[in-house]
Design a protein around this ligand. Sequence first.
Ligand SMILES: [Zn+2]
Length: 113
Amino acid sequence: MSKVHVKVDDTVYVLTGKDAGKTGKVLAVHPKTGRVIVEGVAVSTVHKRPRRAGEPGGIIHVEAAIDASNVMVVCDKCKRPSKLGKRFDNNGQKVRYCKACGETVSTVGLAKK
Ligand SMILES: [Zn+2]
């Protein structure tokens, strides 16, 4: 089990850093380092030079990984940054639930399509 409490496609709220207060979608999770990449958060600007004619140069934005402990999952039911718990639903399936409103957030360990 990884210690990272967020998953790709989760919407998270940033607690600390220059982007504190922002929300964004999780683009990638690195369980080994406990870091996540969040859309629009910790963006650094990279000036890219066109290497050959016709190639577009200019400025591109790259999201840096931030520590997963700096974000909270935003509950898709009550729309608040929430602590999540885990429990089994009526079908015996392990699910994550929002400790604020008690609603199930999403399933754990299932391939999401
Ligand atoms: Zn909730």
